[in-house]
Design a protein around this ligand. Structure first.
Ligand code: FAD
Ligand code: NAG
Ligand code: NAG
Ligand code: NAG
Ligand code: NAG
Ligand code: NAG
Length: 617
């Protein structure tokens, strides 16, 4: 295998001008100051906000007024007429939310045929992605209109937004941001709705749906003198999903960095959170690939952040978290030459738990050499008796042949044989990256009842095999009795960029989640107990990995000390940038930078998005 050719891009950039970013066609349709007056009755709710002000004297935002964001039923909630005027300015793109499962419940939306269809496809993420409001983690929506449906139950919005703007132009995004800010109502940004912590929903909100901002443009040669890049790039709307951009790149003999979930967004929340990928052990994270980002900020203005414009925002947007800085409308990312991929997939269990864990330990001991060889693996361990089951969803080896991959895996597989564990890997090779992505990672089923926690285990724990630290880390990880969803991965700063990616990412060889859940009809006491057990188990992981962090994109919705876990030493700098661009907290999501000043009033056994969003003293 040869993974060292990375720096060898064209050296001509030094003579060329800085980054340029022509807007995509849908971004040329913008709201201007002169338009506001002509909007008639709607205009008072649609004016722009105050321009950003950096205040170096304080790291805290303008003192928030007391009270809550305006909620349906409140006196200040906009009247139907105001919503209808707003809808007119949007050219009819405003949707009043109807829960996806509403056809299964008595009432005006009841529809037996549609109900059968929704019931049969409930676990299919495409169904939810095509819906304007669905939040795939139903747990955080509050399960107020679920499948399977119970005819005696009611169907209410729960944590779903009140209204959704089906955006197809930047102007509509600007109008929506201005409306929410001026009316002081909660604002949500939703792309696919895949967020594990339910951050793409929120009760009593106006939601901006980015799904239809899905244009893709090929840029044969993007010049970014500051970042030292001259080469091919793709610019896409923030609604683009992995599969579509992978194909566009594949058609040009190129690859772009995206997650293994091929129906998950890659230019929306994924990338702002960092974004890990099967190619990360080679090229780093998705946030490292960004050349330019266009967005609508809290004041309603459309701007571009790049290495030469709005550089503070450009830094923050690449790893500093989603739903925080504005509504991203498009992103330009680097493309790399496509390369051959070799993969292996297999499954095993054992006759005893002891043999099983010895077999897994033999793998664990190889995490540094596997990651440093540029490979990535995505695997699960499912609790069971007499032993758990190990599923290698994909051992992914960029630029390797099957012979090379077999050589890498054989010492581990030999250890499994010696433990009387039978395993028959299915190997495959692909001449280019796109077909490998599509064949290796099928669309995953929706898990709407799971709670998870995660940790980026530090490479340092592996540096002295069988040392006390090594053993303590292994013990903490292998004894949770929870479902383990894990990635042997590294995410070096391979491109030498300066962004807000959590430093713990640069040091890890294991991004690992643990998950547990309960039956949909579980009582509150059971839910609380499951939640509490996960909190205890997460504390064990943290105690074994002091100073490490956790990946916000796949994380615990109740993470203790989330500022430190998700943002590390970047937090103070990120907070200053947040306070400059969004002093009033127009963009708010649980655990987002600067979110401490507000909280959702939730009474459920698992905190959800059903209540009012209120200022915290
Ligand atoms: C099947 C599956 C596979 C996954 N695989 C990977 C993987 O390989 N690597 C990885 O890193 N993660 C992975 N994830 C986690 C994934 O990155 C997150 O779910 C991610 O947040 C999804 O982003 P989205 O924009 O599609 O989803 P959404 O749920 O719509 O949005 C996620 C968050 O981003 C915000 N957001 C969305 N669009 C914008 C925008 N345009 N501007 C500002 N904020 C925005 C939302 O408000 C929300 O807070 C996977 C998840 C699933 C369900
Ligand atoms: C892939 O391997 C080939 C030789 O087999 C080498 O020339 C090339 O540089 C490698 N690509 C990367 C990205 O390392
Ligand atoms: C917005 O206008 C369109 C077109 O007139 C209409 O179909 C839609 O129902 C309206 N939305 C709301 C919330 O009234
Ligand atoms: C999910 O739905 C999509 C779109 O309708 C369909 O193409 C796909 O085959 C479905 N997947 C499964 C597993 O049923
Ligand atoms: C959203 O807008 C697009 C483009 O106008 C349209 O095709 C689509 O049907 C709309 N979706 C919904 C759910 O209204
Ligand atoms: C770590 O565990 C291994 C395997 O159980 C054992 O051989 C070794 O002595 C342990 N190391 C320490 C420092 O206890």
């Amino acid at each position: 295998m040869h993974l060292l050719g990375l720096a060898a891009t064209a050296a001509t950039y030094l003579l060329l001008p800085g980054a340029t970013a022509d807007p995509l066609p849908f971004e040329r349709i913008q709201l201007h100051e002169r338009d506001i007056a002509s909007l008639g009755k709607a205009s008072s709710l649609l004016s722009f906000g105050d321009a950003p002000v950096a205040d170096p004297a304080t790291s805290h935002r303008r003192a928030p007024p007391t009270g809550c964001k305006v909620f349906p039923g409140d006196k200040k909630w906009p009247a139907d007429k105001a919503w209808s005027n707003f809808n007119n300015t949007l050219n009819g793109a405003l949707i009043k939310t109807v829960p996806l499962a509403a056809p299964c419940y008595a009432g005006p939306n009841y529809d037996a045929n549609r109900c059968s269809y929704v019931t049969a496809n409930w676990a299919n993420s495409s169904l939810h992605e095509m819906d304007p409001a669905s939040v795939m983690t139903g747990l955080y929506q509050g399960h107020t209109c679920q499948i399977p449906s119970n005819p005696d139950d009611t169907c209410t919005l729960g944590g779903l937004p009140s209204y959704v703007v089906n955006a197809t132009t930047v102007k509509q995004v600007q109008l929506a941001v201005n409306f929410a800010r001026n009316a002081d109502i909660r604002l949500i940004v939703r792309n696919t709705g895949h967020d594990f912590s339910g951050k793409s929903g929120g009760a009593g909100s106006l939601s901006i749906w980015t799904h239809n901002l899905n244009a893709i443009e090929y840029v044969p040669r993007f010049e970014d003198q500051k970042q030292g890049y001259s080469g091919p790039a793709f610019r896409g709307g923030s609604g683009v999903i992995g599969r579509d951009l992978f194909k566009a790149a594949g058609d040009k003999g190129l690859l772009v960095i995206g997650g293994e979930g091929q129906d998950v967004g890659i230019l929306g929340g994924y990338l702002q959170n960092g974004g890990h990928s099967p190619m990360s052990s080679v090229y780093g994270l998705a946030a490292d690939q960004v050349l330019s980002i266009s967005l609508v900020t809290a004041d309603g203005r459309f701007l571009t952040a790049s290495s030469t414009e709005n550089t503070d925002l450009f830094w923050a947007l690449r790893g500093g978290g989603a739903s925080t800085w504005g509504v991203v409308t498009s992103v330009t990312v680097r493309a790399h030459p496509s390369m051959p991929i070799s993969t292996a997939q297999f499954i095993f269990t054992a006759k005893s738990s002891a043999a099983f864990w010895l077999g897994v330990r033999s793998y664990w001991e190889r995490f540094i050499p596997y990651a440093d060889a540029g490979t990535y693996s995505y695997f699960m361990i499912i609790p069971g008796a007499p032993a758990p089951t190990f599923i290698m969803l994909g051992f992914w080896a960029p630029n390797m042949t099957t012979t090379e991959t077999t050589a890498l895996l054989t010492p581990w597989l030999d250890d499994l044989s010696a433990l009387d564990i039978s395993v028959k890997p299915a190997y495959a090779t692909y001449p280019t990256t796109y077909p490998a992505l599509i064949a290796t990672w099928p669309q995953e089923a929706v898990q709407d009842n799971a709670i998870i926690g995660s940790r980026l285990f530090p490479r340092s724990a592996w540096e002295a095999p069988n040392s006390e630290t090594f053993n303590k880390t292994w013990e903490a990880w292998s004894t949770t009795n929870n479902l383990l969803i894990s990635f042997n991965i590294r995410a070096p700063n391979a491109l030498g960029v300066d962004n807000a990616v959590l430093p713990a990412w640069r040091e890890t060889v294991l991004h690992t989640m643990q998950g547990s859940g309960f039956a949909p009809n579980a009582d509150d006491a059971t839910k609380r107990a499951v939640r509490q057990a996960l909190t205890v188990s997460m504390a064990n992981w943290k105690a074994a990995t002091p100073g490490a962090g956790a990946y916000i994109g796949e994380s615990d919705a109740e993470e203790v000390g989330w500022q430190e876990s998700f943002f590390g030493k970047n937090y103070d700098r990120l907070l200053k940038i947040k306070n400059k661009y969004d002093r009033d907290g127009v963009f708010w999501a649980k655990q987002a930078v600067g979110s401490e000043c507000m909280a959702v009033q939730s009474n459920g056994p698992i905190p959800d998005e059903n209540g009012k969003l209120c200022r915290v003293k």
